[in-house]
Design a protein around this ligand. Structure first.
Ligand SMILES: [Fe+2]
Length: 290
Protein backbone atom coordinates (compact mmCIF):
# COMPACT_ATOMS: atom_id res chain seq x y z
CA UNK A 1 0.00 0.00 0.00
CA UNK A 2 1.17 3.52 -0.73
CA UNK A 3 2.23 5.27 2.48
CA UNK A 4 0.73 8.74 2.10
CA UNK A 5 2.05 11.13 4.73
CA UNK A 6 0.16 14.32 4.03
CA UNK A 7 -1.32 16.56 1.38
CA UNK A 8 1.44 18.46 -0.41
CA UNK A 9 -0.07 20.73 -3.08
CA UNK A 10 -3.09 21.47 -5.18
CA UNK A 11 -3.02 22.30 -8.90
CA UNK A 12 -5.97 24.27 -10.27
CA UNK A 13 -6.86 25.56 -13.71
CA UNK A 14 -7.83 29.19 -14.29
CA UNK A 15 -8.77 31.17 -17.40
CA UNK A 16 -7.06 34.46 -16.47
CA UNK A 17 -3.81 33.89 -14.61
CA UNK A 18 -3.15 37.54 -13.79
CA UNK A 19 -6.58 37.98 -12.23
CA UNK A 20 -6.28 34.67 -10.37
CA UNK A 21 -2.85 35.61 -9.01
CA UNK A 22 -4.25 38.88 -7.74
CA UNK A 23 -6.95 36.97 -5.90
CA UNK A 24 -4.51 34.43 -4.47
CA UNK A 25 -2.29 37.14 -3.04
CA UNK A 26 -4.40 40.23 -2.26
CA UNK A 27 -7.47 38.28 -1.12
CA UNK A 28 -6.39 34.81 0.01
CA UNK A 29 -3.08 36.02 1.46
CA UNK A 30 -0.72 33.54 -0.21
CA UNK A 31 2.84 34.32 -1.30
CA UNK A 32 3.53 34.13 -5.02
CA UNK A 33 6.95 32.56 -5.53
CA UNK A 34 7.27 32.12 -9.27
CA UNK A 35 5.72 31.94 -12.70
CA UNK A 36 6.36 29.72 -15.70
CA UNK A 37 5.65 30.40 -19.34
CA UNK A 38 5.00 33.62 -21.18
CA UNK A 39 2.24 32.83 -23.67
CA UNK A 40 -1.32 33.35 -22.43
CA UNK A 41 -2.91 29.93 -22.17
CA UNK A 42 0.27 28.15 -21.12
CA UNK A 43 1.34 30.09 -18.04
CA UNK A 44 1.39 28.90 -14.42
CA UNK A 45 2.06 30.52 -11.06
CA UNK A 46 3.26 28.99 -7.78
CA UNK A 47 2.21 29.99 -4.29
CA UNK A 48 3.38 29.21 -0.77
CA UNK A 49 1.34 29.16 2.42
CA UNK A 50 3.93 27.72 4.81
CA UNK A 51 7.54 26.50 4.80
CA UNK A 52 7.01 24.16 1.84
CA UNK A 53 8.35 24.95 -1.64
CA UNK A 54 4.80 25.57 -2.86
CA UNK A 55 1.29 24.49 -1.94
CA UNK A 56 -0.80 25.83 -4.80
CA UNK A 57 -0.28 26.03 -8.56
CA UNK A 58 -2.62 28.03 -10.76
CA UNK A 59 -2.35 27.09 -14.43
CA UNK A 60 -3.88 28.45 -17.61
CA UNK A 61 -3.00 25.22 -19.43
CA UNK A 62 -6.25 23.47 -20.32
CA UNK A 63 -4.33 20.24 -20.93
CA UNK A 64 -3.13 20.26 -17.31
CA UNK A 65 -5.95 18.83 -15.21
CA UNK A 66 -6.72 19.67 -11.63
CA UNK A 67 -4.66 17.53 -9.31
CA UNK A 68 -3.92 16.99 -5.64
CA UNK A 69 -0.38 16.07 -4.62
CA UNK A 70 0.27 13.83 -1.64
CA UNK A 71 3.64 13.32 -0.03
CA UNK A 72 5.32 9.99 0.46
CA UNK A 73 8.86 9.27 1.61
CA UNK A 74 10.13 6.35 -0.41
CA UNK A 75 10.91 7.05 -4.07
CA UNK A 76 12.03 3.47 -4.70
CA UNK A 77 8.64 2.10 -3.70
CA UNK A 78 6.75 4.10 -6.32
CA UNK A 79 7.76 1.86 -9.23
CA UNK A 80 6.89 -1.23 -7.19
CA UNK A 81 3.53 0.32 -6.34
CA UNK A 82 2.95 1.23 -9.99
CA UNK A 83 3.33 -2.45 -10.97
CA UNK A 84 1.06 -3.55 -8.14
CA UNK A 85 -1.61 -1.01 -9.05
CA UNK A 86 -1.43 -2.01 -12.71
CA UNK A 87 -2.03 -5.61 -11.68
CA UNK A 88 -5.16 -4.40 -9.88
CA UNK A 89 -6.46 -2.93 -13.12
CA UNK A 90 -5.62 0.67 -12.31
CA UNK A 91 -3.63 2.85 -14.67
CA UNK A 92 -0.80 4.46 -12.68
CA UNK A 93 1.90 6.39 -14.47
CA UNK A 94 5.37 7.32 -13.25
CA UNK A 95 6.06 11.03 -13.66
CA UNK A 96 8.63 12.15 -16.20
CA UNK A 97 11.73 14.09 -15.26
CA UNK A 98 10.14 17.29 -16.58
CA UNK A 99 6.92 16.70 -14.66
CA UNK A 100 8.90 16.11 -11.49
CA UNK A 101 10.97 19.27 -12.04
CA UNK A 102 7.80 21.35 -12.44
CA UNK A 103 6.64 20.11 -9.04
CA UNK A 104 10.01 20.26 -7.24
CA UNK A 105 9.77 16.55 -6.50
CA UNK A 106 12.24 13.73 -7.07
CA UNK A 107 9.65 11.10 -8.01
CA UNK A 108 5.96 10.96 -8.79
CA UNK A 109 3.24 8.39 -9.40
CA UNK A 110 0.03 9.62 -11.00
CA UNK A 111 -3.30 7.90 -10.91
CA UNK A 112 -6.99 8.74 -10.86
CA UNK A 113 -9.48 7.78 -8.21
CA UNK A 114 -12.57 5.93 -9.49
CA UNK A 115 -14.47 9.22 -9.92
CA UNK A 116 -11.64 10.56 -12.07
CA UNK A 117 -9.88 12.88 -9.63
CA UNK A 118 -6.18 13.15 -10.50
CA UNK A 119 -3.90 12.17 -7.62
CA UNK A 120 -0.14 12.67 -7.63
CA UNK A 121 1.92 10.76 -5.06
CA UNK A 122 5.24 12.59 -4.80
CA UNK A 123 8.56 12.51 -2.99
CA UNK A 124 9.36 16.19 -2.41
CA UNK A 125 12.74 17.78 -2.94
CA UNK A 126 14.20 19.79 -0.13
CA UNK A 127 12.10 22.81 0.88
CA UNK A 128 13.43 26.34 0.80
CA UNK A 129 14.93 27.95 3.91
CA UNK A 130 13.21 31.23 3.16
CA UNK A 131 10.36 32.08 5.51
CA UNK A 132 6.79 32.21 4.26
CA UNK A 133 5.87 35.86 3.70
CA UNK A 134 2.09 36.20 3.42
CA UNK A 135 0.73 38.86 1.11
CA UNK A 136 -1.64 39.97 3.86
CA UNK A 137 -2.02 38.86 7.49
CA UNK A 138 -4.65 36.16 6.94
CA UNK A 139 -3.04 33.93 9.57
CA UNK A 140 -2.49 30.99 7.22
CA UNK A 141 -0.42 28.10 8.64
CA UNK A 142 -0.62 25.74 5.64
CA UNK A 143 -2.98 23.53 3.67
CA UNK A 144 -5.71 22.04 5.82
CA UNK A 145 -7.60 19.74 3.45
CA UNK A 146 -9.28 19.45 0.07
CA UNK A 147 -12.88 18.66 -0.74
CA UNK A 148 -13.07 16.22 -3.67
CA UNK A 149 -16.16 15.52 -5.70
CA UNK A 150 -17.17 11.87 -5.82
CA UNK A 151 -19.75 10.22 -8.05
CA UNK A 152 -19.91 7.21 -5.68
CA UNK A 153 -18.54 7.93 -2.19
CA UNK A 154 -18.75 4.32 -0.96
CA UNK A 155 -16.81 3.05 -3.98
CA UNK A 156 -14.27 5.86 -3.68
CA UNK A 157 -13.87 5.30 0.07
CA UNK A 158 -12.70 1.76 -0.68
CA UNK A 159 -10.10 3.18 -3.10
CA UNK A 160 -8.83 5.84 -0.71
CA UNK A 161 -8.56 3.48 2.22
CA UNK A 162 -7.43 0.36 0.35
CA UNK A 163 -5.01 1.90 -2.15
CA UNK A 164 -3.82 5.06 -0.44
CA UNK A 165 -4.03 4.03 3.21
CA UNK A 166 -6.49 6.73 4.29
CA UNK A 167 -8.56 6.20 7.43
CA UNK A 168 -12.17 7.27 7.85
CA UNK A 169 -12.69 9.82 10.65
CA UNK A 170 -16.40 10.46 10.12
CA UNK A 171 -19.03 10.26 7.41
CA UNK A 172 -21.67 12.78 6.38
CA UNK A 173 -24.35 10.86 4.57
CA UNK A 174 -22.45 8.49 2.30
CA UNK A 175 -19.34 10.68 2.09
CA UNK A 176 -16.27 9.97 4.25
CA UNK A 177 -13.86 12.46 5.80
CA UNK A 178 -10.43 10.90 5.37
CA UNK A 179 -7.21 11.35 7.32
CA UNK A 180 -3.60 10.43 6.72
CA UNK A 181 -1.93 12.02 9.73
CA UNK A 182 -3.27 13.34 13.02
CA UNK A 183 -5.53 15.95 11.40
CA UNK A 184 -9.21 14.97 11.51
CA UNK A 185 -9.39 15.04 7.71
CA UNK A 186 -7.15 15.89 4.79
CA UNK A 187 -9.68 14.82 2.14
CA UNK A 188 -13.44 15.23 2.36
CA UNK A 189 -15.31 13.39 -0.37
CA UNK A 190 -18.39 15.30 -1.49
CA UNK A 191 -21.19 13.52 -3.31
CA UNK A 192 -21.49 14.96 -6.79
CA UNK A 193 -22.41 14.17 -10.37
CA UNK A 194 -18.83 14.69 -11.57
CA UNK A 195 -15.20 14.60 -10.51
CA UNK A 196 -13.26 17.71 -9.51
CA UNK A 197 -11.83 19.67 -6.65
CA UNK A 198 -14.76 21.04 -4.67
CA UNK A 199 -12.72 23.33 -2.40
CA UNK A 200 -9.26 23.97 -1.04
CA UNK A 201 -9.00 24.75 2.68
CA UNK A 202 -6.19 26.76 4.23
CA UNK A 203 -5.52 26.33 7.91
CA UNK A 204 -5.43 29.55 9.92
CA UNK A 205 -4.18 29.89 13.46
CA UNK A 206 -7.24 30.82 15.47
CA UNK A 207 -10.97 31.44 15.55
CA UNK A 208 -10.08 35.15 15.50
CA UNK A 209 -8.31 34.68 12.16
CA UNK A 210 -11.44 33.12 10.66
CA UNK A 211 -13.57 36.03 11.86
CA UNK A 212 -11.05 38.67 10.78
CA UNK A 213 -10.91 37.05 7.34
CA UNK A 214 -14.70 36.96 7.14
CA UNK A 215 -14.88 40.72 7.69
CA UNK A 216 -12.04 41.22 5.21
CA UNK A 217 -13.81 39.12 2.56
CA UNK A 218 -17.05 41.05 3.02
CA UNK A 219 -15.26 44.40 2.86
CA UNK A 220 -13.48 43.20 -0.30
CA UNK A 221 -16.79 42.25 -1.99
CA UNK A 222 -15.79 38.58 -2.15
CA UNK A 223 -18.70 36.16 -2.24
CA UNK A 224 -18.85 34.22 1.04
CA UNK A 225 -20.71 31.00 0.32
CA UNK A 226 -20.78 29.35 3.76
CA UNK A 227 -20.00 30.48 7.27
CA UNK A 228 -18.67 31.55 9.55
CA UNK A 229 -19.68 28.24 11.05
CA UNK A 230 -18.45 25.27 13.05
CA UNK A 231 -18.30 21.68 11.82
CA UNK A 232 -19.79 19.15 14.24
CA UNK A 233 -17.47 16.55 12.74
CA UNK A 234 -14.00 18.08 13.15
CA UNK A 235 -15.04 20.98 15.44
CA UNK A 236 -13.27 23.36 13.05
CA UNK A 237 -14.52 26.92 12.61
CA UNK A 238 -14.70 27.81 8.94
CA UNK A 239 -15.63 30.29 6.25
CA UNK A 240 -15.91 29.36 2.56
CA UNK A 241 -15.48 31.91 -0.21
CA UNK A 242 -15.52 32.00 -3.99
CA UNK A 243 -12.49 32.77 -6.10
CA UNK A 244 -11.87 33.07 -9.84
CA UNK A 245 -13.54 30.59 -12.21
CA UNK A 246 -15.93 29.61 -9.43
CA UNK A 247 -13.16 27.94 -7.41
CA UNK A 248 -14.00 27.57 -3.74
CA UNK A 249 -11.58 28.25 -0.91
CA UNK A 250 -11.93 27.92 2.84
CA UNK A 251 -10.23 29.21 5.96
CA UNK A 252 -10.34 26.62 8.73
CA UNK A 253 -9.19 26.79 12.36
CA UNK A 254 -9.28 24.44 15.32
CA UNK A 255 -9.91 21.09 13.67
CA UNK A 256 -9.45 18.36 16.22
CA UNK A 257 -6.69 15.83 15.91
CA UNK A 258 -6.78 12.07 16.21
CA UNK A 259 -3.52 10.69 17.62
CA UNK A 260 -1.57 8.39 15.35
CA UNK A 261 -2.36 4.84 16.33
CA UNK A 262 -5.79 5.70 17.72
CA UNK A 263 -8.60 4.26 15.70
CA UNK A 264 -11.93 5.63 16.94
CA UNK A 265 -15.02 4.30 15.24
CA UNK A 266 -16.19 6.75 12.56
CA UNK A 267 -19.32 8.64 13.47
CA UNK A 268 -22.14 8.89 10.94
CA UNK A 269 -23.83 12.26 10.47
CA UNK A 270 -26.98 12.68 8.38
CA UNK A 271 -26.68 14.37 5.01
CA UNK A 272 -28.15 17.67 6.24
CA UNK A 273 -26.93 21.26 6.72
CA UNK A 274 -26.58 20.70 10.50
CA UNK A 275 -23.91 18.12 9.75
CA UNK A 276 -21.79 20.81 8.11
CA UNK A 277 -22.54 23.67 10.54
CA UNK A 278 -23.64 23.05 14.11
CA UNK A 279 -24.62 26.72 14.48
CA UNK A 280 -27.40 26.35 11.93
CA UNK A 281 -25.71 28.01 8.97
CA UNK A 282 -26.54 26.84 5.46
CA UNK A 283 -24.27 26.90 2.43
CA UNK A 284 -25.19 29.36 -0.29
CA UNK A 285 -24.57 26.75 -2.96
CA UNK A 286 -26.12 23.44 -3.85
CA UNK A 287 -22.98 21.35 -4.03
CA UNK A 288 -22.59 20.06 -0.48
CA UNK A 289 -23.16 16.32 -0.90
CA UNK A 290 -25.83 16.81 -3.56
FE1 LIG B 1 -13.69 21.98 4.01
Amino acid sequence: MLAVLNIRYVRLGVTDLDAACGFATRIAGLQEVGRLGSRPGSRAAYFRCDSQHHSLVLSEDRDSPQAVGFETADAASLKVEARRLSALGLEPRIGTRDECALRNVSAMLKLDDPSGNRIEIVVPQRDTDAPFVPSRPAGIDGLAHVGLRSTDPARDEAFWTGILGARVSDRVGPAPMLRFDAAHHRVALMQSTRAGIHHVAFQVGTFDDVMRNWYFLKDSAVRVVFGPGREPTSSAVFVYFEGPDGLLFEYSAGAKTIPQGANPHPRHFPNAPRSFCMWGGKPDLTSFNQ
